[in-house]
Design a binder for this molecule. Structure first.
Ligand code: MN
Ligand code: MN
Length: 299
């Protein structure tokens, strides 16, 4: 990794941190989720940064991959545990960072379990450390507080235009002795839960990736595919971003369904904890160094 790349990554991380802090400040009971997502996405665009993926706003037992739908009327309540996970982009360099906000006042312990696991994981990162050593540190930290790590989610390498690259960095000791290398860009993302510690796909689908041209019949789906294949071929996109083409919720989601069946797009379903446990998350992005790491994005 060259110095030029590092400079770009630092810029991406800095502006992403600012976007997340702004969004975090907006998360209050009575505020619409879509107001926060729109504001954070606009924040990046106004600073001439791209969006690496739609702002994920996952609440309570949702662990990841919820983003507001077209005309979403959901509001935050004073019972909510809110995860904000967001990504910025510049010339293919991606940032990825997340934070949890407890609006209930009941889940402080669960939130600090994820935060402390992240701090522990960061403290063991250096060139040569194995990914299962990081996983072990995360799991021990979360379990010592009486919670469970989510085992089928984890950190990851980040390459140009590739948010989830090798290596996978587990949230427990999975026996994988792959070593971190100097110069690797990685995200660490411990999830802590009161539940069993696994997530599964729900039937909520709001975030998608373009796959390729598919055969579709309706005018609506052809209209969307043209827009998607023009603007959203490299990074994931939100269904609501297509409201400039179709602003009826029913017609938009019917056409998205057609595109999924045609294999033109693939969904990233909202992930829910399998036993409906409450979920907290902390995520930071960093560069692995010989004797430690440089933090690029952390809130
Ligand atoms: Mn990530
Ligand atoms: Mn993330």
């Amino acid at each position: 990794m060259t110095n030029v790349d590092k400079e770009k990554l630092r810029g991406v991380g800095k502006v992403l941190g600012e976007a997340i802090l702004m969004a975090k400040g907006m998360v209050k009971p009575g505020v619409k989720l879509i107001t926060v997502a729109d504001a954070a996405e606009k924040f990046l665009r106004d600073k001439n940064y791209g969006i690496a993926f739609p702002m994920n706003i996952s609440v309570n037992e949702q662990a990841a991959h919820y983003t507001p739908c077209l005309d979403d009327d959901k509001v935050f309540t004073n019972a909510d545990l809110v995860k904000i996970d967001f990504g910025a982009e510049k010339d293919g360099f991606l940032g990825d960072c997340a934070v949890t906000i407890d609006l209930s006042g009941k889940y402080g312990g669960l939130v600090s379990a994820a935060n402390e696991a992240l701090a522990k994981a960061i403290s063991v990162v250096k060139a040569g450390v194995t990914v299962n050593e990081i996983g072990k540190a995360i799991a021990e930290s979360i379990e010592s507080k009486g919670y469970s790590p989510i085992k089928n989610l984890g950190g990851h390498g980040i390459n140009e235009h590739e948010l989830h690259a090798e290596p996978f960095i587990p949230n427990y000791d999975n026996g994988d002795e792959t070593e971190l290398e100097e110069g690797m860009v990685i995200a660490l993302e411990p999830f802590a839960t009161t539940g069993k510690g696994f997530v599964a796909d729900s039937d909520i689908r709001e975030i998608f990736s373009y796959v390729g041209e598919g055969t579709t019949r309706s005018a609506d789906s052809r209209l969307l595919l043209k827009e998607i294949s023009t603007k959203y071929t490299t990074e994931p996109f939100a269904a609501r971003w297509l409201s400039n083409k179709i602003n009826s919720r029913f017609r938009l989601y019917a056409a998205m369904g057609e595109l999924m069946r045609a294999g033109a797009i693939t969904p990233h379903s909202t992930l829910v904890e399998v036993s409906n446990g409450m979920v907290s998350q902390a995520e930071a992005q960093l560069i692995v160094e010989k004797e430690g790491c440089e933090i690029l994005a952390k809130v």
